[in-house]
Design a protein around this ligand. Structure first.
Ligand SMILES: [Zn+2]
Ligand SMILES: [Zn+2]
Length: 327
């Protein structure tokens, strides 16, 4: 029963649904600093913060963001390029990939409060890392996300985003991907473009917009005050974002985050970027976007079991409310 070699995470396939899950036992060792969140008042380096130390050293001028490997990765480049193994009902494959942490400079700050320049720099780092990681052997998807606060799963207070590049396209994404592919095949148009166009005409669920992007509460929001940000022009690939679009994305993201912080009682939240897979296929029918999910409810039995959320604020009301909040 002895296990001499280092254990890596593994992917396991559900024999009935075909869905993959990650078994990452090593991540049980993550540090837990929840108690720090509301106690701190100054913005100097915090004793014991594993991220503040990166900024103690003298960094080149202008370096406000540092990218490091996650110390407790869900996916590892050393997991091997092996194909599926396991047998019968118990199919597995190595959880090959990269798990990086993108660390902002200041300890006590939320993204809503960082400067537009820093937010644009952060988006630029997302793009840079995306391009590097997506080119690695065996990588099929690069997932960029940000957890704000303990309820959203941030185990370290210091603001940071995460990037997971791995060897599967997650099952949650396959359904919208297939739906947009089917719509495109039938109508020769992007489904997302059509929905965004209809939303912009209708206006009642629009939260904010600028030259390149529109932010809206989706018609069938998954949680109260969910906000999605779409590029106005059709684009399947986040990584092709231009300099001007990066500035516009920083602008609208900051605006939406401030509105949520001010208007919804400073909730914890998650956001993530949905872009096309990087598995060498082309995805002309997909339209990248950013999805912000404030923690305004806790998933209970029905939500988890039936996979159907009950929201208590109509998206039209949520959008009207957020729209009116001055930033
Ligand atoms: Zn820190
Ligand atoms: Zn589109």
């Amino acid at each position: 029963m002895s296990q001499k070699s280092k254990s890596f995470s593994e992917l396991r396939c559900d024999a009935v649904s075909g869905d993959w899950v990650v078994v990452a036992a090593g991540r049980g060792k993550r540090p837990d600093q929840f108690g720090l969140k509301r106690d701190v008042s100054s913005s100097t380096a915090k004793t014991g913060c594993p991220f503040c130390v990166f900024f103690d050293r003298s960094l080149p001028k202008g370096s406000g963001i540092v990218v490091v490997d996650n110390k407790y990765p869900a996916f590892s480049p050393d997991a091997g390029l092996g194909k599926a193994f396991g047998q019968g009902f118990f199919k597995k494959k190595p959880a090959l990939g990269f798990h990086e942490v993108v660390v902002l400079k200041k300890h006590d700050i939320q993204l809503a409060d960082v400067s537009l320049d820093e937010l644009k720099e952060l988006i630029g780092v997302y793009q840079e890392r995306y391009l590097i990681l997506s080119a690695k052997k065996g990588i099929k998807y690069v997932f960029i996300f940000h957890n704000q606060g303990p309820l959203a799963g941030a185990s370290i207070t210091h603001p940071h985003s995460q990037i997971i590049a791995n060897n599967v396209v997650d099952f949650g994404f396959l359904r919208p991907l297939k739906a947009s592919q089917a719509f495109y095949a039938k109508n020769k148009k992007c489904l997302y473009c059509q929905v965004v166009k209809a939303e912009m005409k209708n206006k009642e669920r629009i939260v904010d917009e600028n030259k390149s992007f529109v932010a809206l509460c989706p018609f069938a929001s998954k949680i109260s005050f969910e906000v999605m940000i779409f590029p106005k022009n059709h684009s399947p690939y986040f990584e092709r974002i231009s300099e001007e679009e990066k500035a516009d994305l920083a602008d609208i993201l900051k605006s939406v985050l401030i509105k949520i912080k001010k208007g919804v009682g400073d909730p914890d939240y998650n956001f993530f970027i949905r872009t096309s897979p990087c598995d060498k296929a082309s995805y002309p029918y997909f339209h990248w976007h950013l999805d912000i999910l404030p923690k305004t409810a806790i998933y209970a039995g029905f939500e988890l079991g039936a996979n159907m959320e009950i929201i208590t604020m109509a998206p039209e009301q949520a959008a009207e409310y957020l729209r009116k909040i001055k930033v």
